[in-house]
Design a protein around this ligand. Structure first.
Ligand SMILES: N[C@@H](CCC(=O)N[C@@H](CS)C(=O)NCC(=O)O)C(=O)O
Length: 207
């Protein structure tokens, strides 16, 4: 049995829960991280020396780093549509997976930490604003791509939508901030919001 270690309100844990929902992968989940702590316990650190969530334990095979875990699970379960094997289709999905970790997530994270993890009087408003502008720059890139096709990596839903959808979809459109008009990204987010696994695992409030 696949065990996902990580709290369900973590964006990076949600990627795995959403993927499991989409691909029909059975799993159990244990709370780690945030208020549940335990990530600095020796037993957890032996599995994930970053002291971050998620980590998986798949019948003894331990792996951390959410996008790597998505690739592993999609490949193991033959989720060809979500993670196409054809070279150029795959390269395109990989590009967005890397972009989500290298550009999108670092852009939006300071805004998330400022708005949701810091009491109002202690907030660094300049850092929140810088993060808002950086995220808008990233979403602008996505918006141009989504003008060409309905999903991030083409005409069908893939891991690229999962990696980007929590940040540029649910969080970006629900943060209490001003947003430039990004009609293609908005329409994509509304398409994601029709999906049962997105509703169940991502649209649960931002906490
Ligand atoms: N690059 C890592 C980032 C993991 C990460 O930053 N996880 C956050 C939650 S989204 C975390 O563990 N925060 C500390 C905690 O929850 O205790 C991944 O994608 O798995």
């Amino acid at each position: 049995m696949l065990t996902i270690l990580g709290r369900k309100n973590s964006s990076n844990v949600q990627k795995l829960l959403w993927l499991c929902g989409e691909a029909g992968i059975p799993f159990q989940r244990e709370d780690y991280g945030g208020p549940f702590g335990k990530t600095k316990d020796p037993a957890y650190l032996a599995k994930n020396p970053n002291a971050l969530v998620p980590t998986i334990d798949d019948d003894g095979f331990v792996l951390w780093e959410s996008n790597a875990i998505m690739r592993y699970l999609a490949t193991k379960h033959g989720a060809e549509k979500l993670y196409p094997s054809e070279l150029k289709r795959r390269a395109d999905v990989e590009r967005w997976l890397d972009w989500s970790l290298g550009t999108l997530s670092p852009a939006i994270t300071p805004m998330f930490l400022g708005l949701y993890r810091t009491p109002e009087p202690q907030r660094d408003k300049a850092a929140i604003e810088a993060s808002r502008l950086k995220t808008a720059d990233a979403v602008r890139i996505l918006d141009a791509e989504l003008a060409k096709h309905p999903y991030v990596s083409g005409d069908s839903f893939t891991l690229a939508d999962i990696a980007c959808g929590i940040f540029a979809g649910y969080r970006w459109f629900n943060f209490p901030i001003e947003r430039p008009d990004f009609p293609n990204t908005k329409a994509w987010y509304e398409r994601l919001a029709q999906r049962a696994a997105f509703k169940e695992h991502v649209m649960i409030g931002i906490t």
